[in-house]
Design a protein. Structure first.
Length: 123
C-alpha cells in the first residue's frame, strides 16, 4: 500500500531551506536600509557644503568674506553630529588677488569628510 504526502525528512528539509531564504532576505533588507540611510546623510552633508559655497559666491562683499563666513558651525537642527568648517585663504600679490574658500563637513556618521574648494576673485 502506497501512502501519499510528505515524509518528516522532506518537511524538515523544506523548512530549513525556507529559513535560510528568509534570513537572507532579512539581512539584505537591513543592509539596504543602512546603505540608504548613509546615502541620505552624505547627501545632506553635501548639501551643507553646496549651500555655503553658493552663499559665498553670491555675496557681493568680497572684502568681508573672511569675517562673515570663516569658522566652524555645529548647530544644524536636523543633522546632529555634523560640523561645517569654512576656511578662507587670501592670495594677493602684484598680479593676483583672490580668495580660496574650502568648505568641509565632517562627522562620525560620514565615511569620509566632504569638502569643496572654490575660488572667488576680487572685483
Amino acid at each position: 500500500m502506497r501512502r501519499s504526502g510528505f515524509s518528516l525528512v522532506e518537511v524538515v528539509v523544506a523548512l530549513t531551506i525556507l529559513t535560510v531564504v528568509l534570513l537572507s532576505l532579512i539581512t539584505l533588507t537591513g543592509r539596504t536600509m543602512h546603505t540608504a540611510a548613509r546615502a541620505d546623510l552624505e547627501q545632506a552633508a553635501l548639501q551643507l557644503v553646496t549651500d555655503r559655497t553658493d552663499e559665498i559666491l553670491s555675496d557681493p562683499r568680497y572684502g568681508a568674506l573672511d569675517s562673515l563666513y570663516a569658522g566652524t558651525e555645529t548647530d544644524f537642527a536636523t543633522m546632529l553630529d555634523l560640523t561645517r568648517t569654512t576656511a578662507i585663504l587670501h592670495i594677493q600679490d602684484s598680479v593676483q588677488n583672490y580668495k580660496k574658500v574650502t568648505v568641509t563637513v565632517t562627522g562620525a556618521v560620514l565615511r569620509a569628510p566632504i569638502a569643496r574648494t572654490i575660488t572667488v576673485a576680487a572685483p
